[in-house]
Design a binder for this molecule. Structure first.
Ligand code: N0T
Length: 538
């Protein structure tokens, strides 16, 4: 009985994704958790002496989580012989340094290729067939249509998750797992091996057709129009349903990758049911067709195919190495897909993105890639400063996410950005000086509605004004602004900000007339938190 009790306790309290109000959140130790994370370089966790030099600066950068690779080649160097010593070292490093861990399973694929498969898999190309390109050339990529490879990968991943459960379920260092890394065919739109050609000529599985039909009104626009352009068929071959273009090839590969990964994920979850996600190497501006970018990976235009084929995958995530964070995150956040950014920028861009995705899209977290790059002063990096603020505000932010009472901004150009929240239109511009001249090239911030007419504003280098949207006096000014910090979960008020420390400008009267706003709040370069109350006047 006691073992039954402890087992069910461990299971019921395991990290999980849960819909709380309007947001899907990652629940860790019973509370919503924001991943203020960073991903280590690919080889950093292949040697413990090396890895152990990296932990300290992560904590100094205010990270609460590290994304760390675990590779198939090191976990199962010989078939059926498992070695989890590196995994144990990663868990110990996380615990000793008070960091949660997200494991990245580099199994069959890493950036499209199969470099992380064990040697016994790599060299057995009969048992584990490779993708062939259109010109007949072989590749270093395991075919997503290989059942043998899928089962071998699933076995290894299940063994990993079984070990993690045994070693960690009572401590919960590992809070999420990424299955594979940036999958998809590179160099061709699909697998052109003989067996893949045979499959491609067959009918689209009815399981997929049924799912597309069931979700007809919420399909991603690109897939929807592709389907419609080809006559909205409810069955037929891939080319009949999705057309003669490379898009049919990509749809076919998406189905096959997602099916394969669903099997791997399900095998892992059967051992230890942690939240699991996949990540996409997204389409780059210079890419012309699938295969220029990994074809079949979880691109937003094939999300509906992934949704149908991989129900055990909890999140389809974008790796963002492009400037258009707003466009990309909008494409990845759906009513059924929470947002998590496993790879992106550090630096000022990263600081701004972290605020933006968490405050605007209810993201469960953010993670710059290559976080183990040596920083001169880790505690002073833009990410450190942003995460410091976000970690202080985490309970307030996650509550506001679930209540729909938070918004966020990131801006580089000197234009006004707006959002509506709690009966106000919020205008945000880059920080100006007293004479109205822009003082920064990147600004970011989040705004939380805490009570009627009261807000928490946090961030850096922005001016924020409020315009009432409800009936009554048309302008809003500041009743008061109070800076502060959160210590051990408690708001510690600092100075009352006024005079030069709010958004004062000699153009105030003009600004009021033109923008129809009263005085607002100015966040300086050093990221900070303030609370404020508005009053209304005419
Ligand atoms: C990422 C990272 C790491 C032609 C690159 C980004 C990580 C992997 N791949 O440093 O290798 O493991 O997931 C792909 C970015 C696409 C840009 C292609 C430009």
């Amino acid at each position: 009985l006691s073992s039954f009790l402890s087992l069910s306790f461990a299971q019921s309290s395991a990290p999980r994704l849960e819909k709380r109000g309007q947001a899907t959140q990652l629940i860790v130790d019973g509370k919503p958790f924001l991943l203020l994370a960073g991903e280590l370089h690919n080889s950093s966790s292949s040697n413990l002496d090396y890895l152990n030099t990296l932990w300290k600066p992560l904590k100094q950068q205010h990270l609460n989580t590290a994304l760390v690779a675990v590779s198939w080649e090191l976990v199962e160097p010989q078939e059926g012989k498992f070695d989890f010593s590196l995994v144990d070292g990663i868990l110990k490093g996380g615990r000793d340094n008070n960091l949660k861990i997200v494991l990245l399973w580099f199994g069959s694929w890493k950036n499209g290729l199969s470099h992380y498969a064990p040697e016994w898999v790599k060299k057995d190309t009969r048992r584990f067939p490779r993708i062939k390109l259109e010109n007949g050339r072989s590749t270093e990529t395991i075919s997503a249509l290989s059942t043998e490879a899928m089962n071998a990968d699933a076995k290894a991943f299940a063994a990993l998750m079984k070990h993690v459960k045994k070693a960690d379920a009572s401590k919960q260092t590992v809070i999420m797992v990424q299955v594979e890394n940036e999958v998809g065919v590179i160099g061709a739109a699909r697998d052109y091996s003989d067996f893949a050609n045979v499959e491609f000529a067959k009918a689209v599985p009815s399981e997929l057709m049924q799912s597309l039909i069931a979700h007809k009104n919420e399909l991603q626009p690109q897939l929807k129009s592709l389907w419609e352009q080809n006559g909205s068929k409810t069955g037929g071959t891939w080319s009949q349903v999705f057309g003669k273009s490379a898009s049919a090839d990509e749809a076919f590969m998406a189905w096959n990758y997602a099916k394969y990964i669903n099997t791997v994920t399900a095998a892992g979850k059967a051992e230890y049911n942690l939240p699991m996600f996949v990540n996409a190497w997204i389409v780059q501006p210079e890419d012309k067709r699938p295969g220029d970018y990994p074809s079949g990976g979880p691109q937003s235009h094939v999300h509906d195919i992934w949704r149908a084929a991989a129900p055990t995958v909890d999140i389809l995530s974008p790796d963002i190495y492009l400037q258009d964070t707003k466009g990309i995150t909008a494409m990845y956040k759906h009513s059924w897909n929470p947002l998590f950014i496993p790879e992106s920028f550090a630096g000022l861009d990263g600081a701004a993105n972290a605020f933006y995705v968490i405050g605007r899209h209810d993201a469960i977290g953010y993670s710059p890639f290559g976080i183990d790059n040596k920083a001169e002063k880790p505690a002073e990096t833009p990410i450190a400063k942003a995460y410091n603020i976000l970690s202080q505000l985490t309970p307030e932010i996650t509550k506001a996410q679930s209540e729909g009472k938070i918004t966020a901004f990131t801006l580089k150009a000197d234009s006004v950005q707006t959002a509506e929240l709690a009966g106000y239109k919020i205008n945000v511009t880059l920080r100006k000086n007293w004479s109205g001249v822009t003082q920064a090239s990147q600004g970011y911030g989040l705004v939380i509605n805490t009570a009627p007419d009261e807000f928490t504003v946090a961030g850096s280098n922005i001016d924020v004004t409020f315009v009432p949207l409800s009936a009554g006096p048309k302008m809003a000014g500041l009743s008061w602004v109070r800076e502060g910090i959160v210590e051990n979960g408690v708001w510690k008020p600092g100075r009352l900000l006024n005079g030069d420390n709010i958004m004062i400008s000699y153009k105030l009267a003009e600004q009021a007339a033109v923008n129809k706003t009263g005085t607002g709040i100015r966040l300086l370069d050093e990221p900070s938190i303030s609370k404020l109350k508005l009053y209304r006047f005419e």
